[in-house]
Write a protein that binds this ligand. Sequence first.
Ligand code: BES
Ligand code: ZN
Length: 468
Amino acid sequence: MRMAMKKKGLKVAASLLAVSMAFGTVGVAATANTTGPTSGKSSYSQDQKIVARVDAERAIEHVRYLSEEIGARPGGLAAEKESAEYIYNTLKSYGYDVEYQYFPVADQYIAEVAFADGTSWQMAAGPNGKVSDDAVKGEVIFVDGGSSLNDFPADTAGKIVVMPRAATTAGYRTQVNNAVEAGAAGVILQSLVGSRGNYGQTFNPSLDKKVDIPVFGAAFIQGEWLKEQLAEGPVELSLTAEQFSNLQSVNVIATKAPKGKSKDTKEVILGAHHDSVVGAPGANDNASGVGLMLELARVYKGYNTDKELKFIAFGSEERGLLGARHYVNQLSQEQKDKIEAVFVPDMVATSYEPAKNLYVMTPDGSRNMVTDSTTAAGARLGNSDILPGTFGSSDHVPFHQAGIPAALFIWMGVDSWSPLVYHIEKVYHTPQDTIEDNISPERMQSALDVIGSGLFDVVRKDVPALNK
Ligand code: BES
Ligand code: ZN
């Protein structure tokens, strides 16, 4: 894939200019000088060891493999294992010691909706509906309503009914019960707009009683696509579903040994989740974070570091931060105490225009070595994209709760009239989270530069702990 990228030479010249401006005017630059891990000048030349080498195109090649070659990677399923294997092999090829760390996760109910031409979509299945590989086939009808039996056409029997889901669980249960009474062969509930302003994602319909037809939860866009197809002519679908049990999800852990290790040697972690939600290829969420991590791992391999550096791909983040939680829970207190900083890139390359800044977020807005080192790097590099913020919802949370300094990196926007309202891309958690619709090489490059430089400043030599 070809992408227009900034020329490195031009970028360096522009950065130098911006640095001289930033030191005079921008508050965060002062932070860099006084509390950054090392003084501005010497760090700047160290930054170039990273900035000159990291390449967004290489990172996006990993995003392509994960989101297109593999596709959706729900926690505990085979696709997540494939993703782990890809990450394992890539890190091995760079020369790291790599291991898998497995942990149990709950059952998944996965639906497959197949078209006559052989293509298929992944949705989530209602556990109380028919969950079977014995296919239910039928013609699709769209019913805009369903809260009353009168909403269903006379010829509903034997059809697969697609309905925009009611806002409440009680509401959509009525829709499903009415569809069953009308003789539907299957039901697909179209998701509503999500709680973060995103288009709705797939969901497992929760039914109040067992029904013997498949009941699936579609992403909003899948419902729209079905409507478009219906406008062109009849649509035949084949519905199957499977309950996956006794699941294991997996973290992948690569270790870079420090130059000289003593009992006091500190450890630093760069960790990104590699799973996605059901039905979503997760290009930005979070193949982007993994791509960034792998690209930094490639570049760092060429340098000695004084701290132990771990690259970790966490499994099942989307199922409740399970991989990161498992990782933290199996550490002894002594091991926890050794961890100085945890960098968590999660959604680091969206092309969504309003997401103008790369926020470095802690759950309570506190500063730590992760926020300080990367905002200082941003100031040195003249990169004004990075801003501090307050947010949970990702793998930094279990570390933070264990008292380990950690922060999340994510591109977001804020409204000028209300700085506390964050915006993320509408395709978040949907089938549209693809490279084509949601990945910006420029934003990936900016994240690589600033996270790569901040992290390098933290690991390359021992420095006094910050704000501890
Ligand atoms: N990448 C998101 C986290 C995120 C989204 C942070 C938007 C900030 C703004 C992450 O993968 C996610 O969706 N997390 C889950 C966590 C939950 C299952 C504990 C979420 O927030 O729903
Ligand atoms: Zn995520």
